[in-house]
Design a protein around this ligand. Structure first.
Ligand code: RFL
Ligand code: PHB
Length: 395
């Protein structure tokens, strides 16, 4: 098998990249180790930045998102039993975010790719990327029980944190920056209308809690739990009781309960692999970097990476210049480190580490009070949450 761009992984990064390349007249093949149902049902992100929404629309993948997605103009910060709304449009010159689940983004992109795009192979597991330093990189993969090889001009590793593509970068050339947190998120989906019409980020001495949603009738909620927690050790009523405690306000706000249809625990990690390119292998999305989910940045960073790659390759095709491809890693990393910083700040400010000292507790409250009383601090949060613009030089 032969193609121009071999894409490993059909998460949001790989699927969107295939769509962008198709629109630019560049052919690709996507290899995905899981089956279609698994990819379409894996519960993950819920918030799309303004820039991500714009990219999906421009790619012709925004129709259902515009019909079913929920535009959100703010979030609520809750601490010391008080509530504070951060209004995005007034602080950022009109920007907002969209609640539209990653599962739905993937379903839309898969349907488009199968209808209009190049090959998208499910249950096709990449085993290794070879010859990244040559003109003809290859992906060895297994499909329908047989070994096969995909010959490419470029390979883009969109295979997430646990994928194989990162391993093709020699350790002597790579630097890894990493931090794990001593807590995780217990996430639930519940068949009950969200108790608030915007997301609520709550800091409590017992730990962080987040109220989010998937639709006007489905709630998505998270609780900070110790890192190694087994979700099954939490009975449904215990989860609701704990959420109620952490969301409690002085003004009598009420959390509605409903049947829990899914629960799982996510570990929290910050991770950056530099550089994001080795020869003709490019890394994109979670394959190169992870942020803790508190800032809702992971999916949006993946989108930024593949937009940067597609623009750079299109530029090379049109002008013969590899300048933007050569700048790919540095261009992406500028934006990624801003998101790493923001996600780290949100995480430390809103969570309570098991060994937190009273001094740190006071500092976190002081940071929250600064944001809620100083317009410059509030604007900083609103700008970061609604998204850092894509680098103009990559256009
Ligand atoms: P993905 O989605 O992990 O997709 C990688 C794909 O590659 C496949 N794969 C392989 N295929 C072939 N051969 C191999 N050897 C392969 N190895 C792996 C996998 O099966 C998979 O299909 O990476 P991608 O595309 O980079 O997308 C990244 C996002 O999924 C991730 O950053 C976000 O989900 C993070 N995240 C959030 N991001 C946001 O922007 N906003 C949010 O609100 C948000 N909330 C979240 C989140 C992540 C969470 N979890 C579970 C980690 C909430 C949670 C709870
Ligand atoms: C979600 O709805 O899954 C979600 C929302 C906001 C976050 C993280 C996750 O910061």
């Amino acid at each position: 098998m032969r193609t121009t761009v071999g894409i490993i992984g059909a998460g949001p990064a790989g699927l969107l990249l295939a769509r962008l390349l198709h629109n630019a007249g560049i052919d690709s093949v996507v290899l995905e180790s899981r089956d279609r149902a698994y990819v379409e049902q894996r519960q993950r992100a819920g918030i799309l930045e303004q820039g991500t929404v714009d990219v999906l629309r421009a790619a012709g993948a925004g129709e259902r998102m515009d019909r079913e997605g929920l535009r959100h103009d703010g979030i609520e910060l809750r601490f010391a039993k008080t509530r504070h709304r951060v209004d995005f449009p007034s602080l950022t010159g009109g920007r907002s975010v969209m609640v539209y689940a990653q599962t739905e983004v993937c379903k839309d992109l898969i349907a488009l790719q199968l209808e209009e795009g190049g090959p998208l192979l499910f249950q096709a597991e990449a085993l290794a990327v070879e010859g990244a330093e040559s003109d003809r990189p290859r992906v060895r993969f297994r499909y329908a029980g047989e070994g096969d090889v995909l010959e490419c001009e470029y390979v883009v590793g969109c295979d997430g944190f646990w994928g194989v593509s990162r391993k093709a970068v020699p350790a002597s050339l790579a630097r890894v920056f990493e931090r794990t947190y001593p807590f995780g998120w217990l996430g639930i989906l519940a068949d009950v209308a969200p108790s608030h019409d915007e997301l609520v980020y709550a800091r409590h001495d017992r730990g962080f809690a987040l109220l989010s949603m998937r639709s006007p009738s489905v709630s998505r909620l998270y609780l900070q739990v110790p890192a190694d927690t087994d979700a099954e050790t939490w009975a449904d009523e215990e989860i609701w009781d704990e959420l109620e405690r952490r969301f409690e306000t002085a003004d009598g706000w009420k959390l509605e309960r409903g049947p829990i249809t899914q629960k799982s625990v996510t570990p929290m990690r910050s991770y950056v692999h530099e550089p994001m390119r080795h020869g003709r292998l490019f890394l994109a999305g979670d394959a190169a970097h992870i942020v803790p989910p508190t800032g809702a940045k992971g999916l949006n960073l993946a989108v930024g990476d593949v937009v940067t790659f597609a623009r750079a390759l299109t530029y090379e095709r049109e002008t013969g210049s590899a300048e933007l491809l050569d700048a790919y890693s540095a261009t992406c990393l500028r934006r990624i480190w801003q998101a790493e910083r923001f996600s780290y700040d949100m995480t430390t400010m809103l969570h309570r580490a098991p060994d937190a000292t009273p001094f740190e507790d006071r500092l976190h409250l002081a940071r929250l009070e600064r944001i809620t009383s100083c317009r410059a601090a509030e604007t900083d949060l609103a700008e970061a949450y609604t998204g850092f613009p894509l680098d103009r030089r990559a256009r």
